[in-house]
Design a protein. Sequence first.
Length: 78
Amino acid sequence: MNNEHQPLLNRITINPEQCGGRPCIRGTRLRVSDILELLAAGAPLEEIIEDYSIEKEDILAALQYAARQTDHAILKVA
């Protein structure tokens, strides 16, 4: 893991008693998946920030977290 992104990733928390243990923005019940879905639907960053009282870095953290989750090799079985 590249340490330069660690401060962003520190914004993501996982608590088994909050949102079913899904990754959330720290101090909120806003899931990483919620942010990703809003972005995929075309919601502007500024609107997400205002509507959910979060910071731009929280959105960047969600994107970084998602990128880390998809960064694995796919092995082809013959």
